[in-house]
Design a protein around this ligand. Structure first.
Ligand code: AMP
Ligand code: ZN
Ligand code: ZN
Length: 452
């Protein structure tokens, strides 16, 4: 869990964190210089933005509001209050919020959940069942860190919001979002970038503002913006650490900056800030499933198990059953219904689900001496069982009621909400508008007669 960025001074420092004193200071200086050089050699942002010309916004779309969805990766539902994220707390006053959190889909990992938020589908239906998984029919692996698979649209089912918009003549833009680099259903966002975690936070905001300053014909109405913090620090230092508190305040500062820069535009912008999942303090050593079951003939990816035959699946199931109190094993067809994790072959069979904040993998790593996880924080667990997996939801703008609070709801419900605000008809999805209808101002701006 927890892929690292390309080059960042913090990750270099953390990896070499065991050095002390003068040596450490030298490493810090060198790593800062490397990071600076790397950034200096990057092409300017304008050259990194890819423009796919789909023509101007259809006339009927120009009077619609603008929706910006910001994701703060791994921002646990209680971080804003716990770490005094003043800008997010201010959003809760001027708009709507879910004080007890938004419930991620299972598994509570980055790629499945970002894609659930923008498709309204559970991972078993949209197909991105983990950050890394195997497809037994294609006989291929999907890896979130592999551009070749991430950019290959044939992995993704469902209609992401940017595709929904583009197909109805409404322009969209993605400043990063899992799947935004792929052509899905024959469509891409009008503006997008290849994922590059080194692009500074403020620059991302600057680009979003530039998009909103385009003439109405070209101006995207649906925009995504992604930050990999506080997930990264949450893994490294744990959710309860001062470092994570600092990471929370940093991304909160970015939200403050975004709000401030949106104001002078005087556009009807609905700003929705979400996260994909929360974070738990991991406990104990790695649980290696091959300690309990013969997995030598299985394809395995992390804790996912792909059996060579029905007989092998049933044998491994029996061997893993009751083997430890750190996990529960199910045949795929019997995974608890609330997890919506049965119908896709990419899930594998049997299915192992940790019973608490434990790190489970099929095999001991290449280095069997590594028995302790190298992270302090983790996620991926059952969000209905573990409250620490809950994510955030804040929504402010002309379509949201100030001070509205909503009970915990599932993240697949965000899709019908945004489609409703943008007046975009949708097909059948897992999400429902009903849990969020109460936070909307009536009538929605999309129901109003067009403005000129
Ligand atoms: P996770 O530990 O599941 O939360 O994964 C978080 C990591 O996913 C982040 O640290 C990012 O580096 C990575 N990530 C997020 N978005 C993308 C993307 N669009 N393409 C590739 N990697 C991404
Ligand atoms: Zn993570
Ligand atoms: Zn994440």
């Amino acid at each position: 869990m927890g892929e690292k960025g390309l080059v960042s001074s913090t990750s270099i420092v953390v990896q070499l964190g065991s050095l002390a004193g003068a040596g450490m200071r030298r490493v810090r200086r060198i790593s800062a210089a490397v990071a600076w050089l790397y950034l200096a050699l990057q092409p300017p942002l304008s050259a990194q933005v890819i423009h796919v010309d789909h023509g101007p916004n259809a006339l009927a779309q120009r009077s619609k509001p603008y929706v910006i969805v910001v994701s703060l990766d791994g921002f646990r539902y209680d971080y804003a209050a716990k770490y005094h994220a003043k800008n997010l707390l201010a959003l809760a006053k001027s708009g709507a919020s879910a004080p007890q959190g938004m419930i991620p889909s299972f598994p509570s990992l980055t790629f499945p959940n970002h894609y659930s938020i923008v498709t309204g589908l559970y991972p078993e239906h949209h197909g991105i069942v983990a950050n890394n998984f195997y497809d037994p029919v294609r006989k291929q692996r999907y890896r979130s860190a592999d551009a070749a698979t991430v950019e290959d649209g044939s992995w993704y089912a469902g209609v992401p919001l940017w595709v929904l918009a583009e197909k109805q003549g409404m322009r969209s833009a993605c400043f990063f979002w899992p799947a935004s680099e792929a052509e899905i259903d024959g469509m891409r966002p009008s503006y997008y970038l290849h994922y590059n975690p080194t692009v500074p936070g403020e620059k991302r905001i600057g680009q979003v503002i530039q998009w909103l300053l385009l003439p109405p014909a070209d101006r995207p109405h649906f925009i995504t913006l992604y930050y990999s913090e506080p997930d990264h620090t949450g893994h490294e230092a744990g959710p309860e650490s001062p470092e994570t508190g600092e990471a929370v305040r940093q991304v909160d500062g970015l939200i403050g900056k975004l709000v401030a820069e949106l104001k002078p535009l005087r556009l009807p912008v609905d700003l929705i800030v979400v996260s994909d999942h929360g974070m738990a303090t991991v406990e104990g050593n790695w649980m290696d499933l091959d300690h309990f079951a013969d997995l030598s003939q299985f394809v395995t990816v992390g804790s996912l198990l792909y059996a060579p035959s029905e007989g092998a699946a049933s044998r491994a199931y029996r061997q893993l059953q009751g083997a430890s109190d750190k996990f529960v094993v199910y045949r795929r067809g019997e995974v608890p219904v609330h997890l919506h994790f049965q119908s896709n072959l990419r899930i594998g069979d049997p299915v192992v689900i940790p019973s608490g904040p434990y790190m489970v993998r099929a095999h001991a790593s290449e280095k069997p001496e590594i028995v302790q996880p190298d992270v302090k924080g983790g996620h991926g667990y059952d969000p209905q069982e573990m409250k620490s997996m809950r994510a955030i939801f804040f929504a402010v703008g002309p379509d949201f009621r100030a001070g509205a609070m909503v009970e915990p709801f599932e993240n697949v419900d965000v899709y019908p909400l945004i489609a409703r605000i943008l007046g975009l008809p949708i097909g059948a999805v897992d999400g429902r508008l009903a849990p969020l209808q109460g936070i909307l101002r009536q009538p929605q701006s999309s129901d109003l007669p067009p403005k000129d």
